[in-house]
Structures are given as structure tokens and as C-alpha cells.
Design a protein around this ligand. Structure first.
Ligand SMILES: [Zn+2]
Length: 257
């Protein structure tokens, strides 16, 4: 599943290609009604956590890519779009095509507020209030790894980032939220913000400051690895928050902080 950096980058690229332009909007698959926005000026794309909002003057489309959704830039070559395309936004220079998304629904102000109320602060948003995430973590006995994946606590962190963030902070994934100190939470927030912002720039997840080579795994410390990049010890997998997490028992001892 795409993590928050992917959606923020997508919003940036959509804005670079299409914001302010009059678009031809269609749904070759027929699943999204497009009559009211076809020929309208596209205002902007906005990312909040893993949610994407496409703003038109009189309408807003909410998109969640889920596991299989893709939103891709296409050159304008006159070829008709495939009938599996959920939504096509065609501007003067490029078209963008959405397929396979979990959600693609027109929403009003009320729907947007209700949706935003259900998700926690997004470290990439300048308006984010980290205190809200801290309060939820501090009150909870759930394992920290499950809390980090819970979009109601903090928006944008997915399975790769949570494993790497906990490793970089030396925190055991099963540490209960209420045993995390506020000082460590502040470090966690700052680190998450830094790593997600780097992900937006580089369009990939890199948590190693200076990778030794270009392979993806060398950009990470524990995720998807059999040995820890830091101590070379064996990496362990446990299921937390319905997903497997990798951690290094040596670098992330159970005693916690
Ligand atoms: Zn280690």
C-alpha cells in the first residue's frame, strides 16, 4: 500500500501538470460520474495522509488508492484510454489516469470534515497538531507498532516507515503506547516528518543517510531484510496491527526506552 509520501508526491505532480487548467474529465470504466466537471478548471490536488482530494470549483473527488490503486501520468498521443481506467484527467500537456483505487467518490464539505476528523495529524501537513497523536499514544496500551499504522493516530505512516522509524529510535515494536515518554514521542514525530519529506523528494523510501549502493534494501535498516543493517544481527518478524513488522531484537530491546 502506498505510504503518505507517495500521495503527497502525487498531489505535487498533479498540481505541476494540471492545476489551473481546463480539463477533459472522463471515466472510461463508467464508475465515476464526470458530467459536472468535464470542461471545468482544475483547482488543485491535496494530500492528507493516504487520502487525495481533487478540487474543482464546484466539486471535490476523494481518492484512496488502497493496495492496488494507481494514478499515472500519460503522454497525449491520441490513443483511446483503456476501459479499465476509472478516471482520466486530460490537460493541455498530459493526461493522468486513475485505476484500481479503493475509493473515488465525489464529496462535499461535510463529507470532507467527517473524513478528516477520523484521521490523525499528518506530519507532512504544516497545520498538523502532533499533540493529538501524542494524546492517543499516551492513553493507549496497544503496541507502538500498531499505533503507528493506525491512521486515526497519525496519518501517512505505512508498514515500511513504521518498521524503520522504530528501529532508528531503538524502540521495540511491542512497547505499549503509554510507556513511551513525551520526549521520545517528539523525536519520533520529527523523524517521521523528516523521512516522509525525503520520500516525497526522492519518490522512494530511504531511511539510511548514505546508502552503500542503489538497491532498495540498502536504503533501509530492517524492513524486508534478514539481517540488521546496523548490527548484522538476525531480523525478527511479528504480526502487529494486522501486518508483519521486521525488527532487530538487539537494536530494539524489549525493555523499551
Ligand atoms: Zn541491529
Amino acid at each position: 500500500m502506498p505510504e503518505g509520501h507517495t500521495i503527497h508526491r502525487l498531489a505535487r505532480d498533479l498540481n505541476g501538470d494540471l492545476a489551473g487548467d481546463v480539463l477533459r474529465v472522463s471515466s472510461p470504466q463508467g464508475r465515476v460520474p464526470t458530467e459536472t466537471v468535464d470542461g471545468a478548471r482544475f483547482e488543485r490536488a491535496e494530500a492528507v495522509g493516504k487520502h487525495l482530494f481533487l478540487h474543482f470549483p464546484d466539486a471535490c473527488l476523494h481518492v484512496h488508492l488502497g493496495l492496488f490503486g494507481r494514478f499515472r501520468r500519460r503522454k497525449l498521443n491520441g490513443a483511446p484510454p483503456r476501459d479499465t481506467i476509472r478516471l482520466r484527467l486530460e490537460g493541455p500537456r498530459y493526461a493522468w489516469e486513475l485505476s484500481g483505487a479503493t475509493a473515488s467518490d465525489w464529496v462535499d464539505e461535510h463529507d470532507i470534515s467527517a473524513l478528516l476528523e477520523r484521521i490523525g495529524p499528518d506530519p507532512l501537513s504544516p497545520r498538523a497538531k502532533p499533540k493529538l497523536a501524542w494524546e492517543m499514544i499516551h492513553r493507549s496500551k496497544r503496541p507502538l507498532a500498531a499505533l503507528l499504522l493506525d491512521q486515526r493516530v497519525m496519518a501517512g505512516v505505512g508498514n515500511v516507515y513504521r518498521a524503520e522509524i522504530l528501529h532508528l529510535l531503538g524502540l521495540h515494536p511491542e512497547l505499549p503506547g503509554n510507556e513511551l515518554s513525551q520526549a521520545t514521542f517528539q523525536k519520533l514525530w520529527r523523524l517521521t516528518k523528516k523521512l516522509l519529506a525525503r520520500g516525497v523528494e526522492e519518490k522512494t523510501i530511504r531511511t539510511v543517510d548514505k546508502p552503500s549502493d542503489r538497491t532498495k534494501r540498502e536504503a533501509l535498516h530492517v524492513y524486508g531484510r534478514s539481517s540488521c543493517r546496523n548490527c548484522k544481527g538476525r531480523v525478527v518478524r511479528v504480526t502487529l496491527g494486522q501486518r508483519d513488522i521486521h525488527y532487530c531484537p538487539r537494536c530494539q530491546p524489549r525493555e523499551g526506552e
